[in-house]
Design a protein around this ligand. Structure first.
Ligand code: ZN
Ligand code: ZN
Length: 441
């Protein structure tokens, strides 16, 4: 039914009110109110409850945490207890400003993306959209918004280098008391959810920036919070993070960030006299009731791999440098490496990488021993890499032939030929995208 049709009907106000509460975004609500007098009139009578309902549709049951995040005053109070209790999560329905609506929607997108990544890496590796149950999703989102607030209260880029150097122990101790007080507001089970999501975010930074080798650097990155983690995951590197924050990496020991989350947690476990979560236990148990495929093994070699196994939905977790995929000595044949890398495209882009790998599974010619590999199966990283290596050169040969390339005579030593790596003329005159017919030179 069109909007005009709806407004022309003698619908009662309760029904109009109810229809508005189903709007999935503030944009749809606005359009509805603007287009029909009936909706406009009813909206004016209870804007607060209708807006709250729409906000709930956007954010879900973590709305109290999402609202505290956007409404927390700036600058925050300095006293630790005031800081922890200001702008509580419980609140009455209220009207949303345009800025608040935008922030709410932007933050909800970040949390949704983070949940998708969490689901793929922690709950079920076969789907790129979250498969968390509603209860699990609620815990995850609640914790994520609280982490966002924490990172907003203690941002990584608040001090310049010079100011950081000037911070004395008394000031740092005060900031640490503030951090502990803010987290100490939450009951233990919900604090463990935060601990769990912090650990997951840390895992993203480590997975994406293979080079993180100090916990100090990880502490600095954690201050980038959920939005920083999502950006790192999507870009497959940290370059999208705030420059001031990146400048702090590899710096001298930075007391302000050391133990960014871990110190307050440690303080709180101590005061509450509870055992800290064990390092060797999966922290996901504080958020998830069940993990799918946790005991799955590689379809090829039967190595246990669980959620780390690679399949179509999560191929891009594997970071690939295209030329490394060329088999044997082909990697060092300069007449091949550059055009191959160009043909493969930017494999750090998850979509391009996904299509690239899918293409290998669609090939009619399979290397011996790999005939039964299927796109929907899951493989361990060494097996999948082997599969890609065995097929990359075949794919490249087929691609070149498709574009009209006529291969010169095959070199006897094929991809194992050593001469192709140091004699340009030989590399150009013979085809090396072929199986050796003689032993290696
Ligand atoms: Zn395997
Ligand atoms: Zn050769």
């Amino acid at each position: 039914m069109t909007m005009r049709g709806l407004s022309a009907l003698p619908l009662d106000d309760d029904l109009l009110d109810r229809v508005m509460t189903f709007c999935p975004t503030f944009g749809t609500l606005r359009a509805m109110v603007l287009v029909s007098k009936g909706f406009h009139r009813v909206f004016q009578t209870h804007p607060k409850s209708i807006m709250r309902a729409v906000a709930y549709n956007i954010v879900g049951p973590a709305l109290p945490q999402a609202l505290r995040l956007i409404r927390y005053p700036h600058p925050p109070p300095e006293d630790p207890i005031d800081m922890a209790t200001t702008c509580p999560e419980d609140h009455e329905p209220s009207v949303f400003t345009d800025d608040e609506k935008k922030l709410l929607q932007d933050n909800a997108k970040v949390v949704q993306k983070l949940e998708n990544i969490y689901s793929l890496t922690t709950k079920d590796r076969t789907s790129r959209t979250s498969l968390l149950t509603s209860e699990e999703s609620w815990r995850f989102c609640r914790a994520s918004y609280r982490i966002m607030l924490y990172c907003k209260l203690f941002p990584g880029n608040i001090y310049s280098f010079d100011e950081l150097e000037d911070l004395d122990d008394v000031q740092i101790a005060k900031i640490r008391r503030q951090r502990t007080a803010v987290l100490n507001e939450y009951p233990t089970d919900e604090l463990l959810e935060i601990f769990s999501v912090v650990k997951f975010i840390g895992g993203i930074f480590v997975e994406v920036n293979g080079g993180i080798d100090s916990s100090d650097d990880l502490d600095v990155l954690l201050s980038a919070g959920p939005a920083g983690a999502v950006s790192c995951w999507e870009d497959r590197d940290a370059s999208g993070l705030d420059e001031d924050l990146l400048n702090l990496l590899d710096g001298d020991e930075n007391n302000l960030f050391a133990g960014y989350f871990s110190l307050p947690f440690q303080n709180i476990w101590g005061t509450r006299n509870i055992k800290p979560p064990k390092e060797d236990e999966p922290a996901s148990k504080y958020v998830l009731d069940q993990v799918n495929g946790a005991n799955d093994t590689c379809s090829h070699c039967a190595t246990p791999g669980g959620l780390a196994l690679l399949t179509q939905a999560n191929w891009d977790r594997q970071q690939i440098l295209s030329t490394q995929l060329l088999k044997a000595k082909l990697k060092s044949n300069q007449t091949l490496t550059f055009p191959f890398a160009q043909a493969a495209g930017n494999l750090s882009d998850p979509e391009i990488l996904g299509c690239f790998i899918a293409g290998f599974f669609a090939m009619s010619r399979r290397a011996p021993g790999f005939e039964d590999w299927e796109v929907g199966q899951s493989y361990c990283q060494p097996c999948l890499t082997k599969y890609l290596e065995e097929h990359a050169w075949i794919w490249w040969l087929q691609e070149r032939v498709k574009t009209g390339w006529v291969p010169p005579e095959d070199c006897w030593y094929g991809y194992n030929c050593n001469t192709q790596t140091h004699k340009l003329a030989h590399a150009q005159q013979k085809n090396h995208l072929c199986v050796p017919t003689r032993g290696s030179v």
